[in-house]
Design a protein around this ligand. Structure first.
Ligand code: PRP
Length: 214
């Protein structure tokens, strides 16, 4: 039997994913050591391997087949636009992708003005403004703390994730429009889905049953 390899988005999503996998009998003892700096873990008995990857790299590992299965946020899947099968909404990591800014920026949206949009998600932002809103904007790619951009005068609005809303509140910003809801998803490599169909479908069906029990 060959190994089935999971690529998990490092951090909270990986922790939640492991909790859920454990409930369907898939565990990896050596991953429970919080201090470890290891990035690959193996469950020899069940022939499973787990990679901890940066979230934005998870779809890449899965598309190229270095991992059979990935667990990552819908934001990353949409942004990366990789060739994958999205097989299951895991139901955790729920948040929203939103256009945010000061209240005063609302009129720029209403009048479809040529504004600057700062974001860690340039593809999602471009798709939203050009294809859904039919508004021409200038997209500025940032790598984090995106809420700073409208405060510092870099952009009129941002496209970013809103979870509790506290980062916006504490910086005097608001949700102006919702782009889409987000949550953690399970994705599968297209070839693995055929080659390892039995094991992968069993895994998906076990996870679905678990969701129905909740
Ligand atoms: C994310 C996101 C928002 C914040 C939203 O940032 O980009 O900034 O969390 O969460 P909230 O609505 O609960 O306040 P993250 O913490 O990943 O940091 P980063 O912006 O530096 O990437």
């Amino acid at each position: 039997m060959r190994y089935i390899t999971f690529a998990l988005a490092k951090g909270r999503l990986a922790e939640k994913a492991l909790e859920i996998l454990e409930q369907i009998g898939i565990s990896c003892e050596e991953m429970k050591d919080k201090k470890t700096r290891k990035l690959i873990f193996v469950n020899e008995q069940k022939k499973l391997r787990f990679f901890l990857a940066k979230a934005s790299d998870v779809p890449t590992y899965v598309e190229y087949g270095a991992a059979d299965i990935g667990v990552v946020g819908a934001d990353t899947i949409l942004e990366e636009g990789r060739q994958l099968y999205e097989v299951l909404d895991l139901g955790f990591g729920q948040c929203r992708m939103c256009v945010c800014g000061p209240e005063s920026a609302r009129e720029y949206l209403e009048h479809n003005e040529l504004i600057r949009v700062a974001t860690k998600y340039p593809h999602i932002a471009r798709d939203y403004f050009y294809n859904k809103r039919h508004q021409t904007v200038e997209i500025i790619k940032l790598n984090g703390s995106v809420e700073l951009a409208p405060i510092a005068g870099l952009s009129e609005v941002i496209v970013d994730i809103v979870e509790t809303g506290s980062t916006l509140r504490e910086n005097g910003l608001q949700v102006l429009e919702e782009v889409c809801p987000l949550s953690a998803k399970m994705v599968v490599n297209q070839v693995s889905m055929k080659m390892e169909q039995t094991r992968i479908l069993k895994l998906i069906s076990d996870l679905r049953k678990l969701q129905e029990l909740r």
